[in-house]
Design a protein around this ligand. Structure first.
Ligand SMILES: *Cc1c(COP(=O)(O)O)cnc(C)c1O
Length: 451
């Protein structure tokens, strides 16, 4: 047992106190400062002799932290906010204190066991078989890339004669799919969709038939459906897209980074019928499942296909690779990994799954009320009925500049954080509601500034 030095002991108390205060108080929204402003305030923090823990913590508390927007603020509705439970955040302190290694069973069996039970919950909700499994990775971008690499690896093994592979997704799919195809150097087939933005099996079939007719030495290794687009919450028609993938024997990946959290609530779950036929899917608990950054659950129907694609081979790793135990490193593009699924595991185990269902339901209710407030407002126009918890709308007569000016002032006045987005080339506003602490009064306060 080693004791802290008196100096470390003091900093320990200060850090714990700061952390608890941050978790208990309603944090201000705060906002960014320029690099030069920050430099003028803190100077160079990396010095030969060190500033000492208390002084460094003070710089963080007083200057650096307030230059970061509180993504868990109930009126942060831009992009996709963050809304970790108190227990998830508190347990993140434990993860940080424990030097856990999450890459192998040998080193992290207890932690990996707990992460795997959490993945099992998600996999069961999606209706995948008991043999399904996966790993928590950094985010949806890495989750999508890892799944698509596994899909291509599998296709290559089955069809060595094919010279080049393609991935098909909707024109509304998340930018990370295109980014993955660039990293992988495969073709991207952007499937044109109907004006409602939903990709259907017939759309995919048409695009695939066209690609195959044009390229005799190429083929499609994966079809990606989106289960809740980031911008509008649009869900592709999973049953028909999955059926096309199945008929053509093409890997079916479902990107549910935001939306598939809706599986946690029985009403919302009905929207995702068809996901049970996925060969792989992802969902980011750091988005709508009340976990801290950063965690994406990546799940394979047949984890062996993920393992084949991703296991790294090196002399110093042979002990692990030959152990035939569940090594999370083997299921994605990564080796060393933080046990980033544990904050979610702790909170889920402590609160129970019903609390998660209730929390998702709560945000769905607030989104519905927000949509009604928009409809009732003389100057606002709802873009589409929300089917998840994103409410998109426009302000009559406003141009992009008006939206930008409004958004900047909203943050400056510390009322809320809502940024303009765009849809079909036109500027829009959207409220992404994933925080159960966001109240109707918060929505009203923001809408009041749009008169
Ligand atoms: C957010 C999101 C991603 C990317 O996830 P990150 O965790 O930000 O990497 C991918 N797809 C969809 C649909 C998303 O909403």
């Amino acid at each position: 047992m080693h004791e802290f030095t008196p100096e470390i002991e003091k900093v320990a108390q200060e850090i714990l106190e700061y952390s608890l205060t941050r978790l208990k108080d309603n944090p201000p929204l705060d906002g960014p400062k320029s690099e030069s402003e920050l430099f003028n305030l803190v100077g160079n923090t990396i010095t030969p002799d060190g500033l000492g823990g208390s002084e460094t913590l003070n710089l963080f508390k007083e200057i650096l932290a307030p230059a970061c927007i509180s993504t868990d603020h109930p009126r942060y509705l831009a992009f996709i906010p963050s809304a970790p439970t108190e227990l998830a955040n508190l347990f993140d302190l434990v993860v940080g204190a424990s030097a856990l290694y999450g890459g192998s069973w040998l080193e992290g069996a207890g932690a990996v066991f707990a992460e795997n039970q959490t993945l099992r919950w998600l996999s069961d909700l999606a209706g995948l078989p008991e043999s399904a499994g996966g790993v928590f990775v950094q985010g949806g971008t890495i989750g999508n890339l890892s799944a698509l690499v596994a899909a291509r690896n599998n296709a290559r093994i089955e069809h060595p004669e094919i010279k080049r592979w393609a991935v098909a997704c909707s024109s509304e799919a998340h930018s990370s799919i295109e980014s993955a195809t660039e990293v992988m150097d495969v073709d991207l087939i952007k499937v044109p969709v109907q004006p409602d933005g939903i990709m259907r099996g017939s759309d995919v079939k048409r695009a695939i038939d066209k690609y195959r007719a044009e390229h005799t030495d190429r083929d499609i290794c994966a079809i990606v459906a989106t289960a809740g687009t980031t911008n509008l919450g649009i869900i592709d028609e999973l049953p028909t897209v999955g059926a096309v993938a199945n008929n053509y024997k093409i890997w079916f990946h479902v990107d549910g980074a935001y939306g598939l959290a809706g599986l946690a609530h029985e009403e919302t779950r009905k929207l995702f019928v068809g996901v049970e036929s996925a060969d792989s899917f992802i969902v980011d608990p750091h988005k709508w499942l009340f976990a801290p950054f950063d965690a994406c659950a990546l799940i394979y129907r047949d984890p062996e296909l993920g393992r084949k694609a991703h296991t790294q081979h090196a002399g110093y790793l042979d002990t692990l690779t030959e152990s035939h135990e569940w090594n999370p490193s083997d299921y994605a593009i990564q080796l060393t990994r933080r046990t980033r699924g544990l904050p979610l595991w702790f909170s889920l185990a402590a609160h129970g799954t019903k609390a998660y269902s209730d929390a998702v339901a709560k945000t769905m209710d607030i989104a519905r009320i927000a949509a009604d407030l928009v409809i009732a407002h003389p100057n606002l126009e709802l873009l589409r009925e929300p089917n998840l918890s994103i409410v998109a709308f426009t302000r009559k007569g406003w141009k992009l500049e008006d939206y930008k000016t409004w958004s900047a002032k909203l943050l400056e006045d510390q009322i809320g954080f809502v940024t303009p987005s765009s849809h079909k080339g036109e500027p829009i506003l959207r409220f992404a509601i994933v925080n159960p602490w966001t109240q109707v009064s918060d929505i009203e306060a923001i809408i009041a500034t749009l008169d």
